[in-house]
Design a binder for this molecule. Structure first.
Ligand code: NDP
Length: 330
């Protein structure tokens, strides 16, 4: 049986490339569950893998795509049987194990999460790893004990996947959300998502002071670098910052002042190796708390054949909201 896949390959003659190719199931890695993939999405990391701008892919050839949703076709894993609706995020899939930008994927059953009843396969990938990571950030702030009465929440990288879902989730929970963006032209879109205030990301992007005015009770940061340092410097006494991204940079040029003088907490958020219990809790909360009409309104569908271009676009900041890849369409 052959199927279509977006394959990343590298050799001396043709260089680094991402191309749509027919594969057979013998081209897939070992695993105890075969999934008929229905949808995938384009994450920032997929963009890095597709373009080769960062060494995300560690084996060649490899099918791209760090996440997918679909239906189990075969399984020798005790938890899964044919017909089960599943999703997968991370675990090195799309990096060192062939991934979701294909019509078939063979993976370890231990990596799969049951698709919540209230979500379609398309909605799950409209949420994607970005939305699941946004929920992990929200859960960290929640566990810290923050409530809407504590004050504003800053969301950076607001128009991106993590940022847009974080805004929708936090505003639904009753928080007043301040969205930081480089695309002020998208202010109306961010307000529709639930942002009460939109600020220019330039306010946070340059080197700042160790401590600033106490502006927000909590932060979801998808950007890193000076933005994260300034976000910490502007966090209120005993507030919390959930750091998940590096869109501005991997560095953290901050000071300890907000930690030792204001007692703020910095939570590191990793979606890739997060334990299964946390994943299941995050997906259940996404299914029940995310406004799915809002999600549908910010989602647009592309074909598997358009996925490589979307990978280039996400790195250029040209994608707004969520993209789902319908892998049945070439
Ligand atoms: P997107 O590309 O969709 O969004 C990133 C957003 O960051 C952009 O839309 C833009 O928002 C903003 N941005 C881009 N470049 C810069 C810059 N130079 N300075 C400041 N802001 C910038 O990516 P995702 O939302 O999918 O992911 C966001 C980050 O989170 C990425 O770094 C990704 O690698 C990371 N991530 C981490 C995970 C984890 O497990 N920790 C899981 C998933 C993602 P705007 O246009 O509004 O300014």
């Amino acid at each position: 049986m052959t199927f279509q896949a977006l394959v990343i390959d590298k050799d001396e003659k043709a260089g680094y490339r991402a191309e749509l190719r027919p594969l057979g199931d013998t081209d897939l890695p070992e695993g105890d569950v075969m999934v008929g993939v229905q949808y995938s999405t384009i994450n920032y990391k997929d963009g890095l893998a597709i373009t080769g701008k960062a060494p995300v892919v560690r084996k060649f050839p490899l099918v791209a795509g760090i996440d997918f949703s679909g239906v189990v076709q075969h399984s020798t894993h005790p938890d899964w049987k044919p017909g089960d609706r599943v999703l997968l995020n991370g675990w090195g899939v799309g990096e060192s194990h062939s991934g979701g930008l294909a019509q078939l994927a063979r993976v370890k059953g231990d990596w799969l999460v049951r698709l919540p009843d209230d979500l379609s396969a398309r909605q799950a990938m409209a949420i994607g790893t970005a939305g699941y990571t946004a929920m992990l950030c929200v859960m960290a702030l929640d566990k810290h004990g923050l409530t809407p009465a504590d004050g504003d929440i800053l969301v950076t990288g607001a128009n991106g996947g993590v940022g847009s879902i974080a805004i929708a989730l936090l505003s639904r929970m009753g928080f007043r959300v301040v969205a930081s963006t480089g695309r002020l032209g998208e202010t109306a879109f961010l307000q529709q998502l639930g942002a009460a205030e939109v600020i220019d990301r330039a306010e946070l992007a340059a080197p700042g002071k160790p401590l600033g005015k106490e502006r927000w009770a909590g932060v979801v940061d998808a950007v890193g670098s000076h933005t994260l340092a300034n976000a910490c410097a502007g966090t209120r006494y005993r507030g919390a910052v959930a750091a998940c991204g590096l869109a501005q940079g991997l560095d953290f040029p901050g000071s300890v002042a907000p930690f030792i003088l204001r007692g703020i907490t910095l939570y590191g958020i990793d979606s890739v190796m997060a334990p299964q219990a946390l994943r299941r809790a995050a997906w259940q909360r996404l299914a029940s708390e995310l406004d799915l009409a809002k999600l549908d309104a910010i989602t647009h569908e592309i074909t598997l054949g358009q996925a490589a271009q979307a990978g280039r676009d996400i790195l250029e900041g040209r994608i707004r909201g969520r993209v789902v890849v319908n892998v049945a369409r070439i």
